[in-house]
Design a protein around this ligand. Structure first.
Ligand code: ZN
Length: 177
């Protein structure tokens, strides 16, 4: 499954979770539905981005780190819903942003083993709307990897433009075993 298909499938599940919340107004149930969606989607994104290989211990640690952050955000989001400070439109808009967090997981899995300074959708002004990707060009004969930050077509926030300028390419020395 491609990254974009995976994002769309996650978004469809989020819409279902929102629809259920509209019916029940049960914030705890919504939290649990969203947590289930996020865990399954991030696992799938990681596996798919690696081409279906099994995750090793370091992959699992990466996945747990990304998921841990998302579940912390979800916790805070749920508390705000319970406090009643958000409109339904705000709840829906914020819930949909969670699908974008799959871009980080996908990128980390696709570039596993490389120590990269950033990933799409993290620390950018465009937040999870970021359409950037790393393009990796390996030169094992020179012990180097060239990593290019490729901007998405409609992706023009200052952070992403700056990354494109800085990392064009970023040269990573491979450690010699
Ligand atoms: Zn971007």
């Amino acid at each position: 499954m491609s990254r974009d298909r995976l994002l769309r499938a996650c978004l469809a599940e989020i819409e279902e979770n929102l629809a259920a919340f509209q019916r029940t107004r049960n914030a705890v149930q919504f939290h649990n539905d969203m947590a289930e969606t996020l865990v399954a989607s991030h696992q799938a994104a990681y596996r798919e981005a690696m081409g279906g290989q099994a995750l090793d211990a370091s992959d699992r640690a990466t996945l747990i780190e990304v998921l841990g952050n998302q579940l912390d955000y979800l916790e805070a989001f749920t508390l705000e819903i319970e406090r009643g400070t958000l409109t339904d439109a705000q709840i829906a808009a914020r819930a949909r942003l969670y699908a974008g967090s799959l871009k980080e997981t996908w990128s980390r899995a696709a570039t596993r083993g490389l120590d990269l300074p950033a990933h799409p959708g993290v620390g950018t002004q465009c937040l999870v709307n970021c359409g950037c990707r790393w393009e990796i060009d390996a030169h094992p004969e020179d012990g180097e990897v060239y990593a290019y930050w490729r901007r998405g077509k409609s992706d023009s926030c200052d952070t992403c433009r700056e990354r494109e300028r800085m990392w064009n390419p970023l040269i990573i020395e491979l450690e010699v075993a």
